[in-house]
Design a protein around this ligand. Sequence first.
Ligand SMILES: [Fe+2]
Ligand SMILES: [Fe+2]
Length: 266
Amino acid sequence: MIETVRILFIGDIVGGIGKRTVLALLPALRERYEPGFIVVNGENAAGGIGITPKIANELFAAGVDVITLGNHTYRHREIYPYLDEEERILRPANFLRSQPGHGWCVVTRDDVRLGVVSLSGNLFMNAGRPAFAEADAALHAMQDKTDQILVDMHAEATSEKVGMGWHLDGRVTAVVGTHTHIPTADARLLPGGTAYITDVGMTGPRGGVIGVKREQAVEAMATRMPIKFETSAEDPWLNGVLITADGPRHAVAIEQVLTPAPEGMR
Ligand SMILES: [Fe+2]
Ligand SMILES: [Fe+2]
């Protein structure tokens, strides 16, 4: 018998500003939503691209249960051994088997077992293996090991994310999209009981262009010349979703959590 479980999923943490926003808001979010699990996408946490062991450890120490990643997984070399050693950090499952890390894990809290799967889209993304086949393989491997399953579908194309939602409807608790850094307005429950959203959004500076200082991003677009990108520090927000499940792999609610950083940080 599974009690009601709430899972807080936080979209792509961008730069130090994004990490500080998460750390500053987590206590209040915890109090308000009482999540049983907290999962974050951390693929942009280190200076806007990738993640380091130090940052991952800070997030775990703050109570994060699982960190998912994406196309920027391998930017920092020091994360490679950490990806193999730390069970709770995931790179997309459909990367090549030869690449460091693994794509799913199971964490247990209060006798509830949450499986988390990280996937990368194949359209306009550099994943070595197909997302849909790998999703099926991961679910098969997790059979009988999980009460709830959350899938982070890190992808560029909305079509591929919607497709993954339908593909997994009724088999997992939630399919949440990441990567575009912009929250979409389609959070809903699919008929089979899977919570779905095409993109959760990012946790970082809304004053830039999906995380990058806006004058640099705009200059690159306007001039078509290479420009060094830095993370904006302007107007940080946390973008997430809260998923509520009432039974095994069966969601009953998904609501967006879109919250500005505390006054002192803005
Ligand atoms: Fe991202
Ligand atoms: Fe990404």
